[in-house]
Write a protein that binds this ligand. Structure first.
Ligand code: ASP
Length: 332
């Protein structure tokens, strides 16, 4: 009799402690987004415009957070979050993207999966409504990593992705920026003209990191210029061993610095934290070359970095506990 009572007692204790262990294991997930880095001033940004950006960043980061909280993949979170920003005319991606020399929109985007190290990208599209979805389709449904121009548009059409006439993407604000860029001596220097690229890095409950970036590139670009965004390792990188990265800024410098991969490599080979690695790439490597911009990154534990050498970067972050940060200026 005593033995039976003892066994039941021990079973009960072990059951209770098992449940406690389960409750104490926190599921880690995290999401960080950017809406471009560049020249911005508190004096010229009206409260109304500031609110529009903050509300849209909030909508986007919260949508991605909900997907991750409900057990969705980091890939799904990155795609849905970026679509919200591509569809908003506030950003230089999808609708509202900047205009090239001829007054047309040419879109670049890329995506990378940190588990498989699979990646996809499109560049110079003139009609894909949501370039981030096309980048993911290139990764999933083609034997290639990057498709460009009319070929990218044809592929997207075959994939039944939504296409739009170029006029859908064009907004007045960008027409004015093009005019003013053309009247300046060295328009490619003016980061103000190209602010608004969007990016997202997410870590899901299963420990998988994904990263994506989408842009219209630089105002007044010519000759089918391609920036850093669709180049895996420059504008976007993800590796479950280290981190996921999305960059924004003067693309030529991010290409020459292989910026996104460099952050991962500094972590992998030098053992730096995601924050240390991001600081070195933005403030030492890119800044020394004369480039400007910013980066968002997440490591496998959900640690976040949001670094810039510009006056500001539209950015937002949420952790698994639902803590939310939305910031615009560097010193925010
Ligand atoms: N990096 C983008 C490009 O050069 C522009 C930006 O992020 O603002 O195409």
């Amino acid at each position: 009799m005593i033995n039976k009572i003892t066994i039941v007692f021990f079973l009960l204790i072990s059951c209770i402690s098992k449940n406690n262990v389960k409750e104490n294991v926190e599921e880690v997930f995290s999401i960080v987004i950017h809406g471009g880095a560049g020249t911005m001033s508190r004096n010229t940004m009206t409260e109304e415009i500031k609110k529009q950006y903050i509300d849209k960043l909030d909508e986007a980061v919260s949508a991605g957070y909900r997907i991750l909280k409900n057990g969705g993949s980091s890939q799904e979170a990155v795609e849905k979050t970026i679509i919200i920003m591509e569809d908003s005319p506030l950003f230089n991606a999808g609708k509202g993207a900047v205009l090239n020399y001829e007054g047309n929109v040419e879109l670049d985007a890329s995506f990378m999966n940190g588990k498989s190290l699979n990646a996809g990208a499109i560049s110079g599209s003139s009609s894909i409504k949501n370039p981030i979805s096309a980048a993911i389709s290139v990764m999933k449904n083609s034997p290639h990593v990057m498709l460009s121009g009319a070929g990218a548009d044809e592929f997207a059409n075959n994939q039944k992705l939504v296409l739009q006439p170029n006029s859908y993407f064009i907004i007045n604000r960008r027409l004015n920026s093009l005019k003013s860029a053309k009247s300046k001596e060295n328009p490619s220097n003016n980061l103000e003209q190209k602010i608004g690229t969007v990016g997202c890095v997410a870590l899901d409950k299963y420990g998988n990191i994904s990263a994506g970036t989408s842009t219209g590139g630089m105002t007044n670009k010519r000759w089918n210029r391609i920036g850093d965004v669709p180049i895996i390792g420059s504008g976007t990188y993800a590796n479950n061993k280290t981190c996921g990265v999305s960059t924004t800024g003067w693309g030529e410098f991010f290409i020459r610095s292989v910026a996104a991969y460099d952050i991962s490599a500094l972590m992998e080979y030098k053992g730096l934290t995601v924050s240390e690695a991001s600081k070195i790439v933005i403030h030492e490597k890119i800044a020394k070359l004369g480039g400007n911009g910013g980066v968002i990154a997440l490591d496998v534990k959900g640690n976040v970095a949001m670094e810039m050498n510009t006056e500001g970067m539209y950015r937002a972050h949420m952790d698994s506990r639902g803590n939310k940060k939305i910031k615009i200026f560097r010193e925010d």
